[in-house]
Design a protein around this ligand. Sequence first.
Ligand SMILES: Nc1ncnc2c1ncn2[C@@H]1O[C@H](COP(=O)(O)OP(=O)(O)OP(=O)(O)O)[C@@H](O)[C@H]1O
Ligand SMILES: [Mg+2]
Length: 250
Amino acid sequence: MLIIKAGGSAITDKSTPYTIRLEVIQQLAEQLREIQEPIILTHGVGSYGHPPARKYQIGYGFDGTSERRMGFLLTHYWVDELSQRFTKVMMDANVPAGRLRPTELFVTENRRIATFFPEPLERYLDMGIIPVLHGDGPTDRKQGFCVLSSDQIAVYLARYFQARAVIFGMDVDGVLENGKTVSAIAYQDLPDWQQKIKKSTDASGGLPKKLGEIETLKDLNIPVKIINLLKPGTLLEAVKGEATGTHISN
Ligand SMILES: Nc1ncnc2c1ncn2[C@@H]1O[C@H](COP(=O)(O)OP(=O)(O)OP(=O)(O)O)[C@@H](O)[C@H]1O
Ligand SMILES: [Mg+2]
């Protein structure tokens, strides 16, 4: 089993709200067609999900106001729209990609996945359908609802299905240090890298959090790759174990 996360930084243009990069998704679809093992795909929500989630402060949960409640529903609307468009590109390329809404598969508690209803996903896999999940706003037992990143979903599913590998696609070549790609990181060094990246960038909560999620797989020693999805062919290189991007293992 392979878990592949197509980052919102790659499939959308995060600098402009509600923009999608169709050509990147097409290129991803072409590569997926070549892979001969079970895949679960999850995608980030980038320029579709982050603007409404931020505007309505979905991450803080339900506060009893009708505005927050409506914002929660509106965020779902935009995320679903991105995912609909994403899966349509996949199907047009003859990739059997089937959407499953994480809000209906997961319940969180304090923003961490607490319950997973695997049956629809497992039945999709049995039929040779590639399940497509995405960052979402599920219900949360403590705070009503929350933001659930597709990074957290990817590592959760990697553990659940004992994945062979997890691949994170972004819009840069991997973890960068002084503009250069770091080719390998040991699981035990991830906390140091998180700190380093937090210090070097002000606004990007994105990458340090992603590394934090990846770190939860340390005990399983599942190999993780962070690659550039804007570049054609990198996904297949990663699947074949060729050198590309940043490789994380023990
Ligand atoms: N040291 C670094 N190495 C690599 N990327 C970095 C670094 N510091 C900051 N970044 C930024 O982190 C971004 C990736 O995190 P981000 O959360 O934005 O992407 P994503 O996870 O693909 O998107 P989404 O969260 O929407 O799925 C890159 O676009 C890059 O600009
Ligand atoms: Mg991110």
